[in-house]
Write a new protein. Structure first.
Length: 61
């Protein structure tokens, strides 16, 4: 399940929403209830047991 990161343009709160695969509802700030939010670019991580290589050149993972 993807996790989307947002920042509220009104109160500046940064928050995350888990996408459960349902309908696309507009994101709402949990602090001020504003829909004036900006979706941020998210980074992701992957774990392969040893935490270092995952078989990618250069040790991505």
């Amino acid at each position: 399940m993807p996790i989307h990161e947002y920042e509220c343009r009104d109160c500046r709160l940064k928050f995350e929403i888990i996408d459960l695969g349902g309908e696309d509802e507009p994101a709402t700030c949990p602090r001020c209830r504003s829909e004036n939010v900006e979706k941020k670019v998210s980074l992701f991580s992957s774990s392969c047991g040893d935490g270092f290589s995952c078989g990618f050149p250069g040790g991505f993972g």
